[in-house]
Design a protein around this ligand. Sequence first.
Ligand code: URA
Length: 267
Amino acid sequence: MGIKSDIVQPEAWQAALAALDWQVEMGVADWVQEHPVNRYDLPDRLERPIAAETPALARPAARQEAQTVDPVDVARHAAQAARTLDDLRAALMAFDLCELKRGARSTVFADGHPAARVLILGEAPGREEDQEGLPFVGRAGQLLDRMFEAIGLSRQSHDPALALYITNVMPWRPPQNREPDPDEIAMMRPFLERHIALTNPDVIVTMGNTPCLALLNQKGILRLRGTWTSALGKPVLPMTHPAYLLRNPAAKREAWADLLTLKARLT
Ligand code: URA
């Protein structure tokens, strides 16, 4: 499409922006350029040496070894080496073995108070989260904020007793917001375990199916919701995802009951 004039009508600009937004929403991550790019000539990011903790990958035979490396093992070593949340964030940023990272704009780590009594665990960033680099900032996130504010908890609070710490199973947005697959979840689980160990919350609230799969190895959130269970030595309360509540407002009544259960547990 050639640009014929410097003066762009606002409607045309809005229409072009809407078309671009739609394409990003559909998962377009690249565009056809004037000169063709031979992508077979580009270095494969997965074959780069990925971290100082994995010296085997930095040796000259890296190409061959990189193909046989066990991503869960690499994740485990990287996560276990993290002594602080900053270390853990850096380890995630250096971890290049998850395909989702290629299509994501941000590594979405966490938001809220790291010493909060309550840790909220979601699924994965969506479009807004990927753009802003923070979890739960889109429509579902705004509902999540309102839900927890109704029982006096907020990610903005400086008091650990009233605060929330919010993170996701996956730090990278899956294309078209598809559910993360079991391999991707297994790869990120060592980071999740370390995240929970380093923040040491009193309780974990999981939102939707993916965190139940990651922490409890169970699916079926409509059956699991509202019943306390435990994982990694912590009490866990599964709740329906706020995106589900936006689509099924009638389910908010049960979500409110779950919030009251959480409030009672904290007092
Ligand atoms: N849904 C999630 O599970 N997590 C987010 O961060 C945003 C939407």
